[in-house]
Structures are given as C-alpha cells and as structure tokens.
Write a protein that binds this ligand. Structure first.
Ligand code: THG
Length: 370
C-alpha cells in the first residue's frame, strides 16, 4: 500500500498546489487534512529552520470559532487555564480537558474580540465537543470552523521577512500576540507563533481561494533570505521539548503528565471542564507520570517519527513510554521524549528504552534540551 487517494473526506489545504510544486515527498493526515511532512531533504529543512527561514503549510491547524454574547464564558469553560485577563489580540497556549481531567487538545486560544475566540487546534474533532457542550449549556454562541488556514514562517530570519512583507511595526509583536492585516489585499491574521522555538510568525489566511497566491508572495519576498519549504520539524521539536498532542502521550493523560502543568490553574474561581478532577490530582500529591527528556546511549541514524510509542523499562518492568527519538545535530547525541513514572524521574534513575536499533540505556533530564 503506497497511495492515498484524495476525496472530500480527506481535504487538501489552500496551499496544496504550492506544496506539490515545491516537491513535497511525505505527508501525514491531521484533522482529516493533508499535512506535508518533508520535501525530501530533512537535513536542509532542519538547517533552514535553525539558521534561516522556512515556509510551512500548517493549515491543518483548524480553528474552532466561538462567537456570540456568551463566547468568553464558553471559551473559559473549555479551557483549564484562567483566561480572565486575556485581551483582544492575544493568544494563550491552553489545555482542553474532559471531565476526568484528561487532555483532549492543546490549542493556542486567540481572542479576536470580546465575543469572538479561536481555538487553533491540534489533531482531533474539538468542534463536536464544543458544539455539543454549547448546545447542552444553552449558551448564546455559534461554534463554527471558519475559512482560516495558517501558513508558518519559522527561523531566525522569519522576523526580517515579516517586516519586509508587513512593515517594521511587526517586530514589536510579542509571543502569541497578533494583528489583523492583509498582504496586497489577501486578508489574514499575523501572529507571532509556530511550532518551533526558532522564532517566527503564522499567517492565518482568511480566504481559502487565495492560498497559492499568498504562498508565492511569501516565497518571492523570502528569496533574499534563501527561504525554502519545510514542515513542523521532528528533530527541532524534540530538542525544544514541544508536545505533539495525541502522538506523544496515552489518551488517559492529564495536562500535568504532558508538561502542561504551568498552563493549568486549579486555584481559581473560574469554572471549567475537568476542574474538580485536576484539583484532585493536585490534592493527591500531583501527577504520577511526567513528560521528560531522555539522553540515550549510542548512535541513531533514523530520525523519522516512531510508528508507535515504545516502552521504557527499568529492571524489566515498564515504567513509561517513549514518544520520539532522534539524533540531535546541535547536541551531537541521541535524545528522546518520554512519559515516565514520577518516582523513577525523581530518583533520577537510569532506564532502558526500546528503539529501532534495540534496547538502549538512557538517563533522564528536564525539558527542553535546547
Ligand atoms: N500553531 C497554531 N496552532 C496550533 C499549533 C501551532 N495548534 C496545535 C499545536 N500547534 C499546539 N501546540 C503548541 C505547543 C507549543 C507551542 C505552541 C503550540 C509553543 N510553546 C512555547 C513553549 O513551549 O516554549 C510557548 C508556550 C508559552 O509559554 O505560552 O509555542 O503551532 N496556530
């Protein structure tokens, strides 16, 4: 089996033609859409992200829009972080949990106005959850998927490129802050965000018929910075300790167990789904597993995502799961991301991980690596 057939159930993004023309070689499926993963040269893609600027089609990050008089109340109820102080033009990285306190998604929540919010979601059907709960609650809101498609520019030269495209004022935009603007009449929201720690912006295109036009304009302006295509980079994200919701952890994980503890507010007056369960986790002494970095012995040449999570052992007993393992170019060693029993983490003990090259010994460290 080596072909995927496109259909109305498997959507392409507004940038699809451009990514095909740019030579996309590998794709994944995310939110039932095509996510380009590589353009055939992972080394060059990594190098561009660390030293230059890359353009990524991340339109699979769909927006769940909550609009109407009760939008704030609804957005808060879906979010295990106190968002009382969020202002227009601000985004916040948040966890959405179920009633048991297990994480359902880790979106960036953006406040467009007093009565309009976007959850910029990771991979799963949050719109169904939000629609269902909004209806049962009787809130005066509409829950929709608007025509919005993020295109990322990431890397140390992304800010210069954004300044060339939109003006010098964009250098003042802080992390997760955004403005509504346009590029030669193409409407978009420009946000300092993106799934890397190399800096950059996301251009949330607001007219899906103009995706390839936007791509071409960004690439033309980026030529002087040697811009090239890329994708959320598996090596860089492991080095940076960025979580991939749904891939990295088991579904029964609470936000504390996936490195999102600092984005959860349990000591707050606001009400949200899962609050009681998360308060109980805290009252019971905290999570029983932690999301950590592993320094793995030996060389690893294969840097592609693991087809499935593999076990982490200690003395022959499973004490965790390995989510990702890569060779870090900048660190010059093999590193991984894993969810490990807290007692093992706190004792700072050596573990064994099952890798594509057999079992290897590993030491635990805090994230991020870089
Ligand atoms: N951009 C947009 N939407 C998204 C993602 C994105 N939705 C899904 C997914 N990615 C959400 N996941 C993350 C994870 C981490 C960060 C952003 C999105 C991130 N974290 C910083 C960090 O960990 O240092 C800062 C977090 C903070 O301190 O607030 O940037 O990429 N539109």
């Amino acid at each position: 089996m080596n072909r995927i057939t496109l259909s109305p159930r498997l959507r392409t993004t507004p940038f699809h033609e451009s990514t095909v023309a740019a030579g996309a070689t590998d794709i994944s499926i995310y939110n039932k859409m095509v996510l380009p993963l590589s353009f055939g040269d992972l080394e060059a893609e990594y190098d561009r992200l660390i030293n230059g600027v890359a353009i990524w089609d991340v339109a699979v990050e769909r927006q769940v829009q909550i609009s109407g008089p009760d939008a704030h109340e609804a957005a808060q109820y879906f979010t295990s972080r106190d968002i009382s102080n969020i202002v227009e033009g601000q985004g916040k990285y948040v966890a959405m949990c179920d009633h048991d306190g297990n994480i359902l998604n880790d979106p960036v929540l953006m406040k467009l106005s007093g009565n309009r919010y976007w959850f910029s979601i990771a991979d799963n059907d949050m719109i169904l959850w939000c629609k269902g709960i909004a209806a049962e609650k009787g809130w005066d809101v509409e829950v929709t998927e608007p025509d919005v498609s993020p295109l990322a520019i990431q890397g140390p030269k992304a800010e210069d490129l954004a300044a060339d495209l939109f003006g010098e004022h964009v250098r003042e935009i802080k992390l997760f802050r955004f403005i509504e603007t346009d590029l030669d009449g193409i409407p978009l929201v420009l946000c300092r965000s993106g799934w890397s720690k190399q800096g950059g912006f996301e251009l949330f295109l607001q007219d899906g018929s103009r995706g390839n036009e936007l791509w071409d304009k960004v690439v033309a302006a980026g030529e002087k910075y040697d811009i090239g295509p890329g994708a959320p980079n598996h090596i860089e994200r492991v080095e940076s300790g960025l979580l991939s919701y749904g891939g990295d952890h088991t579904p029964d994980s609470n936000p504390f167990e996936v490195g999102m503890g600092r984005y959860v507010d349990t000591d707050t007056d606001v009400d949200y789904i899962g609050k009681a369960a998360l308060q109980k986790v805290v009252a019971d002494g905290g999570p029983r597993r932690l999301f950590v970095g592993l320094n793995v012995e030996g060389e690893l040449t294969e840097a592609w995502p693991l087809p499935e999570r593999t076990p982490v052992f200690q003395n022959g007993e499973q004490v965790g799961t390995l989510a990702a393992i890569v060779h870090s170019h900048r660190l010059g060693r093999t590193i991984g991301l894993a969810q490990v029993d807290r007692a093992v983490v706190e004792a700072n003990e050596t573990v064994e991980v099952q890798t594509p090259d057999g079992n290897k010994s590993a030491t635990i460290q805090e994230l991020p690596f870089l």
